[in-house]
Design a protein around this ligand. Structure first.
Ligand code: CA
Length: 232
């Protein structure tokens, strides 16, 4: 994750400076573009590991740019974080449909920016996946299949373990039951959607004695979301 190249596409110079400084300080390699043309030049030369994309760019909007990147084989899997103003919140859904990985609302702190970048880099792979995942005293070690809370081992069934691992790698995003089935059980599963609810319930029950069950949120008529308090 260290030395990951992160491309910022942003037309506001002060914001480019702030983000560039924050990224360098965190050990990333920032690449800066003030418009889509400049971004393409950098991308064509070498693929970055992540793009921070301003929603409102002169000419093409960030969403249109994101859609182009998704249509192109070369850039299809490139992780994208959109930088949005509060007024764009209502349009987030169209962004997720365009395949955007995450959002950061302006104004944001360098700390939040770095946390989001790390989270997206972690969950989009970058060749990792064996890294210990932890939040608020909850700690999951993928390789040894161990989960603990403040050092106390937590017993989880295999499905609850897989669910928790997925949630820790994909926090702050809403997943429908069918998406969770695809991602946690696998696309070929014949398991029914309500089975997801059963395992969510079990996971919550296991987390409840530690008052961590509220991390697993039910999003009405949408699905579930794992909210990490320290990235908010
Ligand atoms: Ca802008």
């Amino acid at each position: 994750m260290k030395n990951a190249r992160i491309l910022l596409v942003e037309d506001e110079a002060p914001l480019r400076e702030m983000v560039s400084y924050a990224l360098s300080t965190a050990g990333f390699v920032p690449q800066l573009a003030e418009n889509v043309d400049a971004a393409y030049k950098l991308i064509d030369a070498q693929l970055p590991q992540l793009i921070l994309l301003d929603w409102m760019l002169p000419g093409l909007t960030g969403i249109e740019f994101a859609q182009r990147l998704r249509r192109d084989e070369y850039t299809r899997d490139l992780p994208i974080i959109m930088l949005t103003a509060r007024s764009d919140e209502a349009d987030k859904l169209s962004g997720f449909e365009a395949g955007v990985d995450d959002y950061i609302s302006k104004p944001f702190s360098p700390r939040e920016l770095i946390a989001r970048c790390k989270a997206v880099l972690r969950r989009t792979g970058a060749g990792e996946g064996s890294e210990t995942l932890s939040v608020g005293g909850l700690c999951l070690e993928p390789e040894s299949h161990r989960v603990s809370v403040n050092g106390t081992p937590l017993k989880l069934g295999p499905t609850e373990f897989a669910l928790l691992k997925f949630f820790l790698q994909h926090s702050d995003r809403v997943y429908s039951r069918s998406q969770l089935l695809d991602r946690v059980w696998g696309r070929s599963t014949s398991v029914e959607e309500r089975t997801v609810d059963v395992h969510i319930l079990r996971l919550r029950k296991a987390l409840k004695p530690y008052a961590l069950d509220h991390y697993v949120e039910t999003v009405r008529s949408a699905g579930y979301r794992f909210s990490m308090p320290d990235t908010k």
